[in-house]
Write a protein that binds this ligand. Structure first.
Ligand SMILES: *[C@@H]1O[C@H](CO)[C@@H](O)[C@H](O)[C@H]1NC(C)=O
Ligand SMILES: *[C@@H]1O[C@H](CO)[C@@H](O)[C@H](O)[C@H]1NC(C)=O
Length: 379
């Protein structure tokens, strides 16, 4: 859920279009919701901030998505990002921490409504196709990974980098990450490791790989399908994938480390994982030790427990758990400090509290998972 700082959007005159079902009153809508033929098309439209997701956008996307789900003139939904850099670089979490500091309800509403949207995508009854043709992190992953189809390109840059800002890989990270091969998901969750291009598909985050330049044609073909089933959509995506040979020969960047990852990250505690890495002593292990030493110790411990629990929970139950965790982070210290160090002051030097793994007791971690009573998320 990491995203760039909220900045003043650059304004331009948008072309009035009869296709825009819903438009904000100002010149630059932050999200476009259009009907193109029988397809509902969602475009996150804040390219200056890498299409960072904020509550206003969530409140526009969710009701339209539900409408399209039961609308007999809509067959499929396509979601994409405006501009040539990002699908969505994450949630607008700087605004969330600012709200948290002054007790504003945005600190609850943002997570609650975002997870409700993630769940709507995960249980969507029509083909949902995310064109993740650019940076896709945190909140952007939540808008894509739970959908039936995720199309990566050579421009896709995937990461769940939340442990670096005192948060945890939310938006259903507790569901999809433990379902990746071996301990790969836990590795990605703890280290925030970035996957690029074809590797996003090889890891299982994307379902397809299509060259970026072919995306406009792909979209047109999808929109032109007549009452398509999921299989029809799948066939079109498969065909575009088979015409995309870029980087096909390049091996998966983690291929030679997968067995090490499975072995080293199989310890039942974060201390155990760090011990394994130090004992191993390889270049790869040293690098991961260094990375983990920079992350919030509290976040690392929450994340391990989140993925351990999430491995056997439904997406709904994971999101209920993650909502509790999000509110624990709002009550705590590290999330504010992480956002300050990475997104506000940009000194990249967070002072975590507690500052070591040993100081984060099981009881402290346990408390983050406890029920919020009537404030719990209900799906
Ligand atoms: C979301 O972003 C848009 C465009 O920058 C802005 O107008 C709106 O106020 C933001 N909403 C929230 C809740 O921050
Ligand atoms: C589609 O829905 C409308 C009203 O919701 C209904 O009048 C129409 O008959 C439906 N069309 C089909 C093909 O089911």
């Amino acid at each position: 859920n990491i995203g760039p700082a909220k900045t003043k959007g650059h304004r331009f005159k948008s072309q009035p279009s009869p296709n825009h079902i819903q438009m904000s009153s100002h010149a630059e809508p932050e999200v476009l919701l259009e009907k193109v033929g029988r397809a509902g098309v969602i475009t996150m439209n804040r390219p200056k901030v890498l299409n960072a997701l904020n509550l206003t956008m969530i409140r526009q996307i969710y009701p339209q998505l539900k409408k399209w789900e039961s609308d007999n003139e809509t067959d499929i939904v396509i979601i994409k990002g405006a501009g040539d850099k990002a699908f969505c670089a994450g949630g607008d979490i700087r605004a969330v921490t600012e709200a948290g500091k002054v007790g504003d309800s945005l600190a609850q509403d943002f997570f609650r409504e975002e997870y409700i949207l993630n769940n709507a995508i995960g249980s969507y009854r029509k083909p949902y196709i995310a064109l993740i043709d650019g940076i896709t992190m945190g909140g952007g992953v939540g808008l894509s990974v739970h959908g039936r189809f995720r199309v990566a390109t050579e421009k896709t840059l995937f990461a769940m980098p939340e442990t670096a800002i005192g948060l945890f890989p939310d938006v259903g990270g507790g569901y999809f990450l433990p379902r990746l091969q071996g301990k790969l998901g836990l590795f990605l969750a703890l280290t925030g490791f970035r996957l690029k291009g074809r590797d996003v598909q090889r890891a299982g985050v994307a379902t397809h790989f299509v060259e970026s330049k072919k995306i406009p044609d792909l979209q047109k073909e999808l929109v032109d399908l007549k009452s398509p089933s999921a299989e029809d959509v799948s066939r079109v995506l498969d065909s575009y994938q088979s015409q995309s040979s870029l980087d096909a020969e390049k091996p998966f960047i983690l291929k030679k480390h997968l067995s090490d990852i499975d072995r080293l990250f199989s310890a039942s505690s974060v201390e155990g994982i760090v011990k394994n890495l130090k004992t191993d002593g390889s270049e790869f292990a040293k690098k991961q030790t260094e990375t983990l030493s920079k992350m919030s110790p509290t976040s690392l411990k929450i994340t391990l427990k989140q993925l351990q629990a999430g491995a056997s929970l439904s997406l709904q139950d994971v999101l209920v758990m993650e909502y509790r965790l999000s509110q624990a982070c709002m009550r705590g210290y590290d999330f504010y400090e992480g956002v300050r160090a990475v997104l506000v002051d940009k000194d990249q030097n967070p002072k975590w509290n507690p500052s070591t793994l040993e100081e984060v007791s099981d009881q402290m971690v346990e408390q983050c998972f406890s029920s919020l009573g009537e404030k719990d998320l209900t799906l």
